[in-house]
Ligand binder design. Structure first.
Ligand SMILES: NC(=O)c1ccc[n+]([C@@H]2O[C@H](COP(=O)([O-])OP(=O)(O)OC[C@H]3O[C@@H](n4cnc5c(N)ncnc54)[C@H](OP(=O)(O)O)[C@@H]3O)[C@@H](O)[C@H]2O)c1
Length: 279
């Protein structure tokens, strides 16, 4: 049984992850970690999600918990500062990382890169099969629809902290890749006031927030007299949770380095195959 640790255990995703671990063969929950001071510390992780007791008490000590996770990994859906701190601990303890936390800044990204020199690290802005297929389709569409204007719109629940979503950024990156552009040079993140006409080649990325929307992403490709819309709608977080646990099981025993969800799903290289020879 592969040992897994859920970090951010009492959050929206953390609760789903605890449940998903119990439903996935071949893995077992060895620790559930939360922020120091959380009132639920000490509570059984099973009770937290309405399941029978799992004999895993919610703890704030990731360092100690990692001693019980040799050969396994953590599944981190927390906040950028917590992910950064976890990266150093995991590298030292030799425990792999599956990271779903979005909105990572340069410092957290660098910490994950350093960790990947010692342990396997898989970072994904989205763990659903559908979104990972969408990324390949978007890259293909951008490659084939020469001269089309490309934009990304995402919608999430009102409690989401970062904007645009990590998935929207990956989607915009897939469009840029398809067109042979760098997203950092093409992206426009908000428009307001007298912005003038749209620049050819720019990729707009817009975020809407409200209600309980789990996550919606659309890549628009506007051409003369026609437009293509590629949309993914998540209707439940369980998709992400099961994808992340599957990633944890897949990652166990892999050599140190960086991985992404397309490796887990066997989609790596599919964008290229779908799109045909690069221009
Ligand atoms: N990749 C994907 O497929 C995917 C899907 C959904 C969400 N996400 C991302 O996952 C992250 C979490 O999302 P969510 O909706 O579950 O948010 P959430 O409900 O706020 O859960 C995050 C949890 O992490 C806890 N936390 C914060 N700092 C911590 C620390 N130092 N140690 C341990 N736990 C800590 C938070 O505690 P407090 O509430 O006390 O701060 C909270 O319980 C976000 O970045 C979100 O964008 C990714």
């Amino acid at each position: 049984m592969i040992p897994l640790i859920v970090c951010g255990a009492s959050g929206r995703m953390g609760r789903m992850l605890i449940q998903a671990v119990t439903e996935t063969p071949g893995v077992r929950l060895v620790a559930a970690i939360e922020r120091p001071g959380t009132p639920e510390l000490g509570r059984d992780a099973g009770a937290l999600v309405g399941l029978p007791a799992l004999d895993v008490a919610l703890s704030d000590d990731l360092g100690a918990a990692l001693q019980r996770a040799a050969g396994g990994c953590i599944i981190d859906f927390t906040a950028p500062a917590a992910t950064e701190a976890a990266a150093a601990l995991c590298a030292r303890a030799g425990v792999g990382m599956v990271v779903g936390t979005t909105g990572l800044g340069d410092s957290a990204k660098a910490a994950l890169q350093r960790a990947a020199e010692a342990v396997p690290v898989l970072v994904a802005a989205n763990f659903s099969l559908g979104v990972n297929v969408l990324l390949g389709l978007a890259e293909q569409a951008a490659r084939l629809l020469e001269g089309f204007d490309m934009e990304v719109v995402e919608i999430h629940h009102g409690k989401k902290r970062d904007a645009p979503s990590g998935t929207a950024l990956r989607l915009a990156e897939a469009l840029a890749d398809g067109r042979g552009q760098k997203l950092s040079e093409a992206a426009v993140y908000a428009r307001q006031g007298d912005v003038g006409p749209r620049t050819p080649g720019e990729i707009g990325v817009m975020a809407l927030r409200g209600g309980d929307v789990v996550g919606e992403h659309t890549a628009f490709l506007f051409g003369p007299g026609e437009r293509v819309e590629l949309t993914h709608r998540a209707t439940s977080r369980t998709t992400f949770a099961h994808g992340a646990v599957r990633a944890g099981r897949w990652l166990a025993g892999k050599p140190a380095g960086r991985y992404d969800m397309r490796d887990v799903l066997g989609l790596a290289g599919d964008a290229g195959r779908l799109a045909g020879p690069a221009r």
